[in-house]
Design a protein around this ligand. Sequence first.
Ligand code: IFM
Length: 726
Amino acid sequence: MDKRLWTLREYPFHPEKLRYHETIFTVGNGYLGTRASFEEGYEGDTPATLVHGLYNHAPHTQVPELVNAPNWTEVQIKVDGTPFRLITRSSDLLNPPQGLILGYERALHLDEALLRRVVLFRAASGATVRIIFERFASLHDPHILAQRIHVTAIDGAPEIELEAVLDGQVSNNGVQHWATMAPSAQAEQFSLFGVTNQSGYKLTMASALLGPGTPVGQTQERRASSVVRIQLGRDDHAIFDKLTAVYTSRDCADPTVSAATKLAEARATGYDSLLAAHRQAWKHCWQAMDITIEGDDFAQLAVRFTTYHLLIAAPQHDEQVSIGAKTLSGLGYKGHVFWDTELFMLPPFTLTLPSIARNMLMYRYHRLEGARQKARENGYEGAMFPWESTDTGLETTPKWSDVLDKQGQPLRIWTGDNEQHISTDIAYAVLQYWRWTGDDAFMTQYGAEIVLDTAVFWGSRAQFIDGRYELHDQIGPDEYHENVKNSVFVNRMVVWHLQQALQLLTWLEQHAPQDAARLVQNLDLNAERLARWRDIIANMIIPFDEARQIHVQFDGFFDFEYIPVQHYEPRVGGLWGYLGHERALRSQVIKQADVVMLMALLGEELAPRQVLLNNWETYYPRCDHGSSLSPAMHAWVAARLGLRDEAYHMLRHALAIDLEDNKGNVADGIHGAACGGAWQAIVFGLCGLHLTSDGPALSPQLPPHWKRVGFKVVYQGQVYPFVAEA
Ligand code: IFM
């Protein structure tokens, strides 16, 4: 194994990139994610641990958000009384006033999901130590978090004081979600017990500090710790392990009892065996999901990085949660679940680790009542999924933005009202899962209800005008254009959705008549309703320009101002920030793949190849990729059109979104959709994976410098290893 292609490094320390590294070096295990803030802290750092499903709606805030849990990683070290800090000033190497860092390297080992930092630190006394910090969130047992701190005396024989801390003095950018946070500590064991102030979730973290010396428990307000002092001899070393167990009331009846039991178990197992089990669990994941790319080291490392971030956020054991837009790696988008999940992040799991995809689809199934409530409140029937979703399944998109317009007023956010295509996106993911897995049990018991009740919604939503069906006040994927009439993406996907719903019903009647009868009765799928679906399919307006042979993004799109996007290169971020909201709204600048997204989803089912090419030539130059969701979809479609240069250019862009921070906002968290999109762009796009009557097959369009791409997919229970060659 070439470790270079599995390792992200920071060397030397880059204080100006503190928050970027906190995000990209996040560790996690599908239960929680923890940003890579330093154990000892650093000015301006943003430590966060986000636990799936732990939402709270704090007083005086617009919407609920994932709660920042106590920081389990904190460790304070003193060397001969000098606090260990990342002080890099080299003013006085021999007589450092507050200690000095002589060497630093941090590495995230993607193969084993282990974060490791090595520092050389000279204390004010002149004694020098090497400190190695390791941490991982066990994938084998998601309730166990482990740290090892290895201190070696390099020069001198210093006294080491080490305080292992659970810090509950946390908030979400100042918003306090914890009503209480009670500390307790005794000798080497210490814990925090917190209750959120609206949702009432309980959480317990319990830790133990293991190693030499005689630890003493300490508590302060919302903080618990254990502190130990030892004397190191020359060339001597000491290993301290800090093991933490975490439970919430989402997982068990009494998180305190469960955490205590788990901590005892972790102590009995010990750090080395915990790490061995964690490594084994990761091996299994990588065997299923790794993509190997020969001929492009950047792409190889980058796709492992994006896949790692999908895996650390993926709920392996919980069908009540799903992955938010920023995964569990930052507070951006408040941990809310968007269409990013179903169309971008979920397909890689459907094809490799389908039980994870099933969990995420079940999250939606369990929230059908919320979707029905949203439909009712808006005067529609069936199930209308929220644009932004949390634990309740109700709409949680904020109505107002933090960004102010030119008059200093907050902008109205319309996506929660009108970005309604999410209901079809979810249905698409359900049907894709079914097609690839053949999981009829899931489909008959759960999936069909999602597909059919969202179809009921569209049946009630479509507007019958002059003998045709239209959809007004929609937001398609391109969010620069709000509340448009007849988005081609939405209208065409709705037609597709209704077609699939009718076929599914026929299949159910033949293969699962009892489920068909149950759904027909419960969802009131009467003859009149089905006839309307057929009528919508036949008569929905699909905006199309016959003369130019292109799809029209929405009615009136080409009446808007044409702005050559390429004139604004190079830039970081979308054109929206340059043009302002009002001008962007009335321009032909597109935020993200929209018609191109439709082409990715429907391929040649949408139109003959020449029309797809015409669409590409029309919309690609108008897109500013202001959204991180965009480049991967362009890469996918370009490859299918045989446009290898554009495909690689767009894939490179997608792979670099987080790694090179090319949107400038990685500090807020990983762009989960870009990660899932990159996987799909390579597999469906560049490698051309598609289903035939004989099963999956490839039709590669690799960049000339790529020699070989290898990956595996599971189709209907059977593993298919693939190698695509240039
Ligand atoms: O869902 C996306 C949307 O498509 C573009 N704006 C950001 C959202 C969350 O990633």
